[in-house]
Design a protein around this ligand. Structure first.
Ligand code: PEP
Ligand code: MG
Length: 566
């Protein structure tokens, strides 16, 4: 195959040189080329594949100390399923009917899947995924397909999409870049890729016919292009660029701990978005001043059991301590949308982003909510803490939460458990309702943090994960800018601070607008903080003319105006 050039949408800028590794298993090609034998031969192939798959599971569990609690739980469930008599009987039954071994496995999986689908219980229904996983594990052995593991140290991972949990497990040492077919720039998978600092592009249309594992690739996520099998000259040029990039990174890291003070003297707080206490190490090293968004739902997603108060307290305390006196904003559970929590056994919905999500769940399950609030208040005695409520649309949600916080304080007091009564209470402004009501909501809270990821999807009626409409998803749409203007000015008129924790906060093109508005804090993936801080140090707060930018008619005009300022 010859040199090939593709385009994509840049999420994390940079140059990466490496080797392609495809993540999506191609069962179809394997099935099409499979040569079936007689009944006895297929039975034997199945038995061999079964043993190999079982050994793999055993081997994975032999290294359980390297796995998360939820990974161990899943693998143990798979170990039981692979030996399930009725599953095996079903496969053998189909083999007797002269089906090939892969077809027999697929048929048995389909039968079991249909059976699970009938079950009323959401938890059991979810077990379908396990039977599919186990079936696929046997299938990979039958079709001689490799198990997924990152190979080498310069990997450019290429997939249609990747589960957030898989992304979270990828090592920064091995993976250089991520290329996704899906178009979302703000899916949680992409947010994790960003936090890890992988050069990332989405909307990349690369089929397995065009590339194969091990192909040389250059990802130019400055220009938005991908070169597969680049020629020698190109490769040399990109090596020079990559080296320059490394030097720039080194320079930014040397200056990462300096404050983000603009040329005209205004200091902006640059904080970190984190998903777990382990993220703090990088946040501190990259110069983040505390945490502007701790997505606590990841603690609820990593196991089939809900984390109790102690477990939550330990996690929040660890973050507070590592922040070393800086404010840590802990967002209360924001489950729903594209974040699934097995332990809560929620029903599937037609419109998950418009459904039972975040504060709506918490206020219906007050015991669950109070457990989290207590853990946060207790962490307050180990550092400076803020509680932040997601997805607010009504004042009553703020008032009810504050009532619950007071109740939790009284209970902790009565139980003689140390906590802080100084915890700030703020809200995310990420729905049009809260943006419109900002002047009123501001009177009841200590801070606002603008969640542009959701604010854009709800303001523009564009699903944040849908590639087909991703061309409409843009925080530089004037409608979004007007909304942000209203939110920040309402906060300041009420005497509270206004920050931003959506992905817009880490986009340097947005800085002139945000600084002109007087945003007090910007919270982002740690990997972006050194660059954003340096950019702030090199600009004046009044470079953007607010009156002018708010008169612009469309997204393109806004982008052009801001580009000229940089
Ligand atoms: C947001 O909506 O901007 C946000 C920061 O929250 P999340 O991405 O977790 O929905
Ligand atoms: Mg959100």
């Amino acid at each position: 195959m010859r040199r090939l050039q593709k385009a994509g949408n840049v999420v994390v800028e940079g140059i990466a040189i490496g080797k392609i590794q495809l993540l999506n298993a191609d069962y179809e090609t394997g099935m099409n080329s499979y040569q079936a034998g007689g009944v006895e031969e297929e039975k034997e192939r199945y038995q061999n594949a079964h043993v190999l798959a079982k050994n793999d599971l055993m081997e994975l569990l032999n290294h359980r100390e390297e796995l998360s609690e939820s990974e161990v739980e899943i693998l143990e469930a798979h170990q039981m399923l692979i030996d399930d008599f009725s599953f095996e009987d079903a496969i053998l039954g189909y083999l007797e009917q002269k089906l090939s071994a892969p077809s027999a496995v697929l048929k048995a999986v389909a039968d079991f899947k249909a059976m699970f689908e009938e079950i009323d219980d959401e938890y059991l229904r979810e077990r379908q995924k396990d039977i599919i996983d186990v079936g696929n594990r046997i299938l990979r052995k039958l079709l001689n397909m490799k198990e997924f593991s990152i190979e080498g140290e310069q990997v450019v991972l290429c997939a249609k999409d990747i589960e957030p949990s898989i992304m979270a497990g990828l090592s920064e040492k091995q993976v250089k870049a991520i290329l996704l077919g899906s178009g979302s720039k703000t899916s949680h998978t992409v947010i994790i890729a960003k936090a890890k600092g992988f050069v990332t592009m989405v909307g990349v249309d690369l089929s397995p016919d065009e590339v194969k594992d091990g192909d040389d690739v250059v990802v130019d996520a400055l220009k938005g292009i991908i070169l597969i099998k680049p020629d020698k000259k190109e490769l040399e040029e990109y090596k020079v660029l990559a080296k320059q990039q490394e030097e720039e990174h080194r320079y930014l890291m040397e200056r990462a701990q300096l404050p983000a003070r603009s040329k005209d003297g205004k200091e902006i707080l640059v904080a970190a978005n984190i998903s777990n206490p382990q993220d703090m190490e990088k946040a501190v090293a990259y110069g983040c001043q505390g945490v502007g968004l701790y997505r606590t739902e990841f603690l609820f997603m990593e196991s089939s059991q809900l984390p109790d108060e102690e477990r939550q307290f330990e996690a929040y305390k660890s973050v507070a301590k590592q922040a070393d006196g800086n404010l840590c904003v802990i967002r209360t559970l924001d489950i729903g949308g594209d974040k699934h929590c097995e332990a809560l056994q929620l029903e599937q919905e037609e419109n998950p982003f418009l459904g039972f999500r975040a504060i709506r769940i918490c206020l219906q399950d007050r015991a669950l909510f109070k457990t989290q609030i207590k853990a946060v208040l207790r962490a307050g005695s180990h550092g400076k803490i803020g509680i932040m409520i997601p997805m607010v649309t009504m004042l009553s949600e703020i008032l009810n939460t504050k009532e619950l916080i007071e109740e939790a304080k009284q209970e902790l007091k009565a139980e003689n458990i140390p906590f802080s009564s100084e915890v700030q209470v703020g809200i995310m402004i990420e729905t049009p309702a809260s943006a419109i009501m900002a002047p009123i909501f501001a009177k009841h809270v200590d801070f606002f943090s603008i969640g542009t990821n959701d604010l854009v999807q709800y303001t523009l009626a564009v699903d944040r994960g849908n590639q087909k409409v991703s061309y409409l998803y843009d925080y530089f749409n004037p409608a979004v800018l007007h909304s942000i203007y209203r939110i920040v000015t309402s906060a300041h008129e009420a005497g509270i601070w206004a920050g931003m924790c959506g992905e817009m906060a880490g986009d340097r093109l947005a800085l002139p607008f945000l600084l002109a508005l007087g945003v007090d804090e910007l919270s982002m993936s740690a990997s972006q903080a050194p660059m954003i801080k340096e950019q702030i140090r090199n600009m004046d707060c009044d470079s953007c003319d607010l009156e002018k930018i708010l008169q612009l008619k469309d997204t393109q005009e806004v982008r052009t105006y801001l580009k000229n300022l940089l």
